[in-house]
Write a protein that binds this ligand. Structure first.
Ligand code: 0RA
Length: 635
């Protein structure tokens, strides 16, 4: 009788999961490292939803030596009862039906969604093995799946006094390019999630090392701790971040703000724990309110005179680190990468909450209020001066590509879609690169030593630096407010530095410049990092290269024990002759390039503001830790 409809629905389910396996990109974006990490985020998101609903306080994430991952939570546990409509257990519905999330039970408490929120069934479909354990009503229940298919029914497996869900999955190596999870990438995400969910404890354990690495994130201050973390060791204008929160029919909004004496603006906006890189209504509402309220205050206090212009939003946000976090029932995500919040009701809601509570804060805290206004007026003056300097420089033609820098060896092809520019550390390596290159499409710009640290100098002084002028002129895009990506003369800019600590530092300086003044180049995926080899291994007349110590060891073990070999360690690009440089690092057919992306705002902030700021020691430590590991920028 009902059997036919049962199997009919079953077939639908299988077709659904099969579709995910056939076109994984449609569901998780990519099958590269980014997609792989998304699987973990997706599973964790489900547990975070339990926390948002007020039923879960601890989430443990564990990377096992075989690259499987376990996520444990102490929530209510996925419902195990039969769902009449589907004639399956709740667990099986969640695990096999697309978008079944937490909503099937009626009451839609689930506020997460958008970029993740594709459902844990997608993770199931893309895993060769997935095991789920539910602790609920005093009982333990287990079920396992392979490529999304149940390997048997949900079975009782003993008694327990606790509640919660444990999911272990092994991503399908035939679908993903790699199963190599990056501890740093997961750590950044878990920390960010902990910041956004006050008091939620998340632990991350990596069992792949002999000595397991474990970190724990739990922040009683939530986003207040987040802005403190982002501010790092910078000097601040006030000691306690400004904190505003409110709940209305539209949802909830929370904002934390802390101004430092630096020049850069770091404003991160989240909707339902998702980083809305492209902004949206919540960010617009915040910015409008901030600009208006500070201007109103400055006028009322007589700091801004009647005849003076209003302070601009940019002036007010100079040196500001802020986190805006909204939570709402039905988020609409728009934009190219679906990271722009579209809900129109959020603009007015955020704007009125911020306007009211910020005005109150300013009245009640005159000291920080005056410091913030005075910083903004100084910013306005500096901005006017920088504009003048830029006009002067431009009049001299230094930033324009009509006068290409003398050191640039340009390529002959004109279509930027096919051309690339190598930014090379040092004149001697630059010379080798010029000989090695394919001059039709590869341009070379040698940069002398350490370029100026723009994080500490500000745009005005940066424009005085010859190396920076040369880069801007070569790219053809101009810079800062005048930056125009459509004028880019190359769609690949490849940073090529020595594989040592100095090289890592120079790479960081160049990236800082892009990050602050040509961010779109990173967003568009124009920025790459070259990977020169660390070793040359010669056996008789043949040779190979190793790009890491691990690769060297692996290669040596493949050699017959009788063979005599020689290892050359490259200390810098300069030790390679042009042929070697071409063969190992520049030949598009053989080289590996790491594309720099900004997906992980937190990682980028850690790298750029804390490290390129005033303090030397944390920077040194970080650079040494990451000297050969640029993954923190890469995923
Ligand atoms: C559906 C409904 C309920 C909870 C969950 C799903 C749930 C899913 C996951 C996934 C990982 N951990 C989870 N914890 C809970 C509500 C249950 C109820 O009403 O008791």
């Amino acid at each position: 009788m009902a059997d036919s409809s049962y199997s009919g629905k079953d077939i639908q389910v299988l077709e659904g999961l099969e579709a995910v396996r056939k076109r994984p990109g449609m569901y998780i974006g990519t099958t590269g490292p980014k997609g792989l990490h998304h699987l973990v985020y997706e599973v964790v998101d489900n547990s975070v939803d339990e926390a948002l609903a007020g039923h879960c306080t601890v989430i443990d994430v564990n990377i096992h030596p075989d690259n499987s991952v376990t996520v444990v939570d102490n929530g209510r546990g996925i419902p195990v009862d039969n769902v009449p409509k589907y004639r399956k257990s709740g667990v099986e519905v969640v695990m096999t039906m697309l978008h079944a999330g937490g909503k099937f039970g009626g009451e839609g408490y689930k506020v997460s969604g958008g970029l993740h929120g594709v459902g844990v069934s997608v993770v199931n479909a893309l895993s060769t093995l997935l095991e789920v354990e539910v602790r609920r009503d005093g009982k333990i229940h287990r079920q396992s799946y392979s490529c999304g298919k149940p390997q048997g029914p949900l079975k009782p497996a003993g008694n327990t006094k606790t509640t919660g869900t444990t999911i272990t999955f092994m991503a399908d190596a035939s679908i993903f390019e790699t199963l190599d999870y990056s501890f740093d990438t997961l750590s950044t995400h878990m920390r960010e999630t902990a910041f956004l969910n006050k008091n939620l404890k998340i632990t991350l354990t990596d069992e792949r090392e002999l000595e397991p690495r474990r970190e724990e994130y739990r922040y009683a201050g939530g986003i207040v701790d987040f802005v403190k973390y982002l501010t790092g060791t910078k000097e601040t204008l006030h000691s306690k971040p400004v904190y505003i929160d409110s709940t209305g029919a539209e949802g909830t909004v929370e904002v934390a703000m802390l101004w430092n004496t630096g020049y850069t603006e770091t404003v991160l906006a989240f909707a339902n724990n998702i980083n809305t890189h492209e902004g949206g209504t919540h960010l617009d509402g915040f910015k409008n309110a901030l600009t208006r309220t500070i201007n109103d205050y400055a006028r009322r206090q007589g700091i801004l005179k009647e005849k003076e212009d209003n302070l601009s939003g940019e002036d007010i946000r100079e040196g500001l680190t802020a986190v805006i976090s909204v939570k709402l029932r039905e988020p609409q995500f728009e934009g190219q990468t679906k990271t722009k919040l579209g809900n129109t009701e959020m603009r007015g809601f955020v704007q009125s909450v911020i306007t009211q509570q910020l005005a109150e804060f300013l009245e009640e805290h005159p000291k920080p209020a005056r410091a913030i206004v005075s910083k903004s007026t100084q910013a306005a003056k500096a901005r006017a001066a920088a504009r003048k300097a830029r006009e002067l420089t431009r009049r001299k033609g230094l930033l324009e590509s009509s006068t290409l820098p003398g050191k640039l060896a340009d390529c002959s092809v004109r279509d930027p879609a096919f051309t690339e520019i190598y930014l090379v550390e040092g004149d001697s390596a630059g010379g080798s690169a010029k000989q090695a290159r394919d001059r039709s499409f590869q341009a070379i710009l040698p940069l002398r030593g350490k370029i100026l640290n723009v994080e500490r100098a500000g745009l005005n002084r940066a424009l005085g630096s010859e190396e920076i002028q040369a880069m801007i002129a070569a790219f053809g895009t101009s810079v800062a407010e005048e930056f125009d990506i459509t004028q880019a003369r190359y769609h690949k800019a490849i940073i090529m530095t020595d594989a040592d600590v100095d090289g890592a530092h120079i790479r960081c300086l160049i990236l800082t410049f892009f990050y602050r003044y040509m961010r779109q180049m990173i967003e568009e995926g124009y920025i790459y990092i070259a990977q020169p080899p660390l070793y040359k291994i010669s056996v008789g007349k043949s040779h190979t290269y190793a790009y890491s110590d691990k690769e060297l060891q692996e290669h040596l073990t493949t050699l017959p024990s009788t063979s005599r070999y020689q290892i050359q360690r490259y200390k810098g690009l300069g030790e390679m002759n042009p042929e070697q440089l071409w063969e190992t690092t520049m030949d598009p057919a053989k080289r590996t390039l790491l594309q720099v992306s900004l997906d992980d705002a937190l990682a980028a902030e850690e790298a750029f503001s804390n490290l390129m700021g005033d303090q030397v020691e944390p920077r040194k430590a970080f650079i040494q830790r990451h000297a050969r590991d640029v993954r923190f920028l890469d995923i």
